[in-house]
Design a protein around this ligand. Sequence first.
Ligand code: CU
Length: 537
Amino acid sequence: MTATTQTGAAGIARPNESGGSRSRWSLSGEIPPSRSLYLVYLAVGLLLAEAAIGVVLVTGGASLLRPTSSSAPSEVTVPNGPPVAFELKAFITGFVGVGGAINGVRDPTLDVGWGDHVTVTLVDGEAMQHDLHLDGYNLETAWVSTPGASTNLTFQATLEGTFAYYCTFPGHRQNGMQGALVVGAATNPIGPEANLTTSFISHSPTAIPPPITRNYSTTVNVFLHAIEETAEIEPGVSYTYWTYNGTVPGPFLRVRVNDTVVVHFYNDPSSSMNHSIDFHAVTGPGGGASATQTAPGHWSNFSFLAMTPGLFVYHCGTPNIPTHIANGMFGMFLVQPSGGLPPVDHEFYLMESELYLDWPIHTMGNQLFNGTALLNVDPTYVVFGGRYDAYTGVHQLNVSVNDTVRIFFGEAGPNLYSAFHMIGSMFDESWLYGDLTDPPLHNLQTVPVPPGSTAMMQFMALYPGNYPLVDHQIVNAIDKGAFAILNVTGWANHTIFNRSGAPIREARDLRTPGAESPLSGLLLGRAPAREERPVRG
Ligand SMILES: [Cu+2]
């Protein structure tokens, strides 16, 4: 046992990366005590759940960091390098460097010279079991389980290359407990694009259940299947997502208020860890997360009364929750008000989220999750449907002039707000924060959607063209991928818009002055029509 050293504050760049593109990930702070305790609490619960259902240790699996060479040339004598020592403090969210150039750095890269005599000391930062395995050298420490307990590895760095180190306890590596040992001048290049298990990760915006027209309550069975899928974020860039039912977002679920919902949750045997579901539509512990902590290959079930109407998010509630959300585990749950929703020509389903990755955006190859970027809220991509510019080209949204359109929009986060906006038009009616009980706001340009919330927008398509749907936190749309196209085809009414600059006449007649618009007022019977409200200026 050795005394633990308090780690310092953020601000130390990872070695060997000061000029590299990965330096943006290089800063890390200590975990705030309250957050740490919360995560420990959740993780201990998870481990107990795992023990109860007999999960075996997972120590194998694919290497997250690809060794670039396996051995030094045999005819060259390994130099007798100096001793080099590192200390790492183990937390469920990652290893934190102690002392020297790695002080305070989360999952620091350990740079050593070829032939150096390396000691890596592992100190437990919390009352949880951890260890440290080093790929390539195939070395592993004993495990530690109490704060301050320590163990170590000592070896000579005879192999050049980049080698992953990680905790072998189930789920811990996925939670962020992984880093790299770099021996010699090797860097940590991105690996080649992985084999894809699905050609398009994004949920179709139009593949949603039809409006519920019944006027009575019933029992609705909901089936959700947690499964990992490897897909492209953009052409040439692969990533292994964690999904519900194989898409990001997961399925759009639709019930009527006061329906009884029976949730059937299955975690695929191929999953690398436990999963669960927290439905924001549920009144009950964890929104169902406590009832659905499920090991790979197992089922769980629970039921609830959908007594609150609204448009709700659901997401995974298994530690580390932000990681599970960022990896794609979220979706939307509509509890229709008893009066239903007004008929429209098109309903679309879109959800925004962030991807936190090892290498900069557009780097070709197989991207990996980066827990430091997540904690620093430094997303690599901000996307709809889990994919860069997902709903463009052949996947764009298509409507015709004079069609009425409804968009169900959700912000999964895990961290960012969306400023949802349609370039080239307004939303006639917007129900914010998933509230479908109060009257909508009218004629909004940009709709604020907090993480873990939703909004419902309606409008009539009036003029042909491409109308980008974006996050008006505009870097997210233009540079990071939160960009979709709503294509409107049909007759160009030049009294609305005219490229020639000719006089515009009778534009207000388009919405049948004096009458209700096709949308206004139908939902609740009290929203004023667009034309009936006072015109400012
Ligand atoms: Cu999960």
